[in-house]
Ligand binder design. Sequence first.
Ligand SMILES: Nc1ncnc2c1ncn2[C@@H]1O[C@H](COP(=O)(O)OP(=O)(O)O)[C@@H](O)[C@H]1O
Ligand SMILES: [Mg+2]
Length: 475
Amino acid sequence: MVTKKKTKFFKSLRFRILVILLILGIVPSAIVTQLMISNYEKQAIEVKVSEVSTQCAILCNQIIKENYLNDSSSQSVNSKLELLSNVYGGRMVIVDRDLKVVADTYHVDEGRTLISPKVVKCFKNGEVTNYRRYGQMLEMAVPVKSADVPQIQGAMLVNISISDIMATVGEQEQMAMLLTGIIVALSVLLAYGLSTILVKPLASVTKSIEDLTDGYQKDEISVPDYTETELITDAFNKMLARMKVLDESRSEFVSNVSHELKTPMTSMKVLADSLVGQEGVPEELYQEFMRDITAEIDRENRIITDLLTLVKMDKKSADLQISHMDINQLLEDILKRLRPIADKRNIDLILDSFRPVEADVDELKFTSAISNLVENAIKYNVDDGWVRVSLDADHKFFYVTVADSGMGIPEDSIDRIFERFYRVDKSHSREIGGTGLGLAITRSTIAMHHGVIKVFSREGEGTTFSVRVPLSYIP
Ligand SMILES: Nc1ncnc2c1ncn2[C@@H]1O[C@H](COP(=O)(O)OP(=O)(O)O)[C@@H](O)[C@H]1O
Ligand SMILES: [Mg+2]
């Protein structure tokens, strides 16, 4: 079943590429075109201003020469004024020193007094240019003065149209808009193409994984088209392999459990059947079979208890009941409890304590872990042998070793003895009565205490288990 999730476009790679391309395309081009347009505008206006200034300077000379400020009847000045205002499509006004309008090409303000801040400024500072964009007009005030008299004698107010410049600017702005539009369109196309190229490997990996989960026929996925996809698929395959191993070990565990639980049942069934099937069974045989059945029930019980212990351990170390314990005392108690079993086979049980040791452990769990080791050392020993338990510590750890003079463990089994249900010699171990779970429990317990356990063994000579656990428990 292929689950097609609703694609979130705004979170997609495609969308992000589009945004990046748009920013990369639009921002620089907008800046460049705006700069170019405003540069053009400035230059065009400057050209116009200098042109008008030159014309005004010539006119000013004539005005002074012909004393136009006092007598505005000069035909040549008036016609020049008309000509200029026609050429520049604007209005020209001349005022004298008293701000009285001497000439106005629009003929509306003649004779009046013109109080305009521009003119006032002009009398103070010289030429004033005021550029008004929305009116598409350029306003200038030019002082009228002669070379001999330093004082400004009058002013010329020029109002000229710059609509031709603004029209060109408008055209350029339209071009810029068009350019932006083209860039946006190109960005969208490019983003689509680029994201298709970039997303394709991811899509093929996704598809491979989906195929695998749908069918489960193949063991691994493979998308060798790109280096990146190979890396992803390699990592994925590794994870898959791990999951497989876990899966296998789980099913092996389940089948082991079933098998182990069935064995005592089968024995009981055989024993019970043989009693039921016979008539007039002697009392002694009854008793003997019943004893055997009880033994099998005990065994079944032990397996179930061990299994429950193991399963509880899998639920993490949260439920450790840590307390500060005297480890010497703890080991002494273990040996005292197991001594009767050792005595039965005349096995020497020795404790070597090198120093007093106190440490943080879970009393019950740690005791059962070490008991398992000592029990094994007794069980898999030879008659009249020995078991030596030693305790030592440094400033960080304490060390417990359990050495025996027993049968030892074959080299090819040594890596497996900590596995659940693993026993070197199934029939012999059964005779001895183990469940095969003891070492698995021990190792889990030691690991929960953040310790390590190691084993050294030589077949026929003996085995040594050594345990190292931190003195203080840090959760
Ligand atoms: N001290 C030892 N000497 C020899 N063999 C051992 C020793 N301890 C453990 N083994 C081997 O490791 C196996 C697993 O041990 P364990 O998990 O305690 O299971 P069990 O004791 O129930 O058989 C044992 O069956 C035995 O074959
Ligand atoms: Mg055991």
